[in-house]
Design a binder for this molecule. Sequence first.
Ligand code: IYR
Length: 230
Amino acid sequence: MFAREHIEYEALDLPDRMDLTDDQMLASAQRFYDLMRCRHTVRDYSDRPVARAVIEECIRTAGTAPSGANHQPWHFVAISDPAIKKQIREGAEEEERRFYEGGAGDEWLKALEPIGTNDNKPHLEDAPWLIVIFAQRWGEFDDGTRFKNYYVPESTGIASGFLLAALHHAGLVSLTHTPNPMKFLNPLLGRPDHEKPIMIVAVGHPSEDAKVPKVAKIKKPLDEILTIAE
Ligand code: IYR
């Protein structure tokens, strides 16, 4: 995507101005909050399929995220192939067994009790799509030489947030899953070694009897997460 030659700064008139009144802005902010507070992390999926075009649009949205030097240090692998999902489940459950059998440490396991998780991860097969997000430590010019990427965790974190919002906006549910270590995903998905898998996002529709942990719906009030200096 990038040419090796030095690219000069060139200014564009700001495209896509929103131009809302103050009242419209507040209403729009409230509508978005109302949408996002209805996003739930879901572990129970139905077998209802999701069209590939929907997944592609949501990943296109994730790709609009800001990033260090606009290097876009991310790659997404979207999987619906049941055989690959099965292998991902097996690899993840192997890591999770170590984690839940004590690798995590007592304090971490105690913190997870109200979430109700364990090493059984059927959603990695049940969800119609898994999206694996890879972070790229460095990129490649068109001629194959390397360039360094900057703010990689921040950039991929923002893109992941855009993805979760886009999936929810499209009417889907998702689960961010982070078995540790996730290096087994590189050979399985044919991604190079310098890419670090940062999370697996399970995507689909909730099953009829889908549950969420009660505790997950308790969000800190605004006065706890916000300090205003005006
Ligand atoms: N990756 C494990 C453990 C886990 C860790 C955190 I922090 C969570 O918020 C939830 C789970 C698992 O997926 O079970």
